[in-house]
Design a binder for this molecule. Structure first.
Ligand code: SF4
Ligand code: SF4
Ligand code: FES
Length: 240
């Protein structure tokens, strides 16, 4: 293979114990990191385990650590992240590794449940649709956080998750905030109680790594700040 037109990819193989294996992959214009991993799996190492579905930034399943930074690999161009024509591709940090580049996302989504990250409405299908004004402050707060694709990039970027594995983390707390702001939701008090504990919003150190890394330009940091205010207000009013 022409070394000029190739990239050196060091890819994590194994689970908790493992090592980086090196592969040479041909370069292409507009090539993504997911293209590199897919080439390796199809042409060089069929046993390589990785995960993706949509390839267009919708499903959130392709996140990996690329040269030490968590990213959605289907929308990350090699040209932008390669250093000296090399990539180091590893599973997301802060999550158990099942095999190779595949992490176990159970605890990530379990924390959404712990944060009461489910909509709780009171209307039935016989009722009128609820109408939320698009220009209301609450609607704008929801819109700012609602496009989360559950990729885990923020969770992997967060040092507080690393220090305190019980911490609910930026994505679950962002989800909780969108529901706290949702005028149709009726579980606000229970949700605030769920995020008020030691592993909840007050554990956030406002490092901003989640916000810097989120591929959907969401600011979990701002959502968590909103939760801190809402929890404080509810506590003062004796509603927690
Ligand atoms: S702002 Fe909070 S949630 Fe986001 S990375 Fe920092 S500590 Fe984690
Ligand atoms: S908040 Fe952003 S980085 Fe975190 S899971 Fe959602 S889309 Fe991914
Ligand atoms: S494969 Fe779906 S977001 Fe990347």
């Amino acid at each position: 293979m022409n070394e000029e037109a190739s990239i050196k990819a060091r890819v994590w193989r194994g689970s908790r114990e493992g090592t980086f294996h090196e592969y040479r992959v041909p370069r292409h214009p507009s090539q993504t990191v997911l293209d590199v991993v897919t080439y390796i799996q199809r042409a060089l190492e069929p046993r390589l385990a990785y995960r993706y579905a949509c390839r267009v930034g919708m499903c959130g399943s392709c996140a990996m650590s690329v040269n030490g930074v968590p990213r959605w690999t289907c929308r990350t161009h090699v040209d932008k992240v390669a250093r000296d024509d090399a990539l180091e591709i590893a599973p997301l940090r802060n999550l158990p590794v099942i095999r190779d580049l595949v992490t176990d996302m159970s605890e990530f989504f379990d924390k959404w449940a712990r944060a009461e990250g489910r909509f709780a409405g009171e209307r039935t299908r016989k009722d009128e649709f609820a109408r939320v004004r698009p220009d209301s402050a609450a609607r704008k707060a929801v819109d700012a956080g609602i496009e989360c694709i559950g990729c885990g990039v923020c969770y992997s970027a967060c040092d507080v998750v690393k220090w305190n594995p019980d911490y609910l983390g930026p994505a679950a707390l962002n989800r909780a905030w969108t529901l706290v702001q949702d005028e149709r939701d009726v579980a606000g008090a229970a949700r605030l109680r769920a995020v008020a504990g030691d592993a909840g919003c007050h554990a956030c150190h406002t490092h901003m790594s989640c916000t810097e890394r989120c591929p959907k330009s969401i600011s979990p940091t701002a959502s968590i700040a909103g939760l801190k205010r809402a929890v404080g207000k509810a506590a003062l009013e004796g509603k927690l």
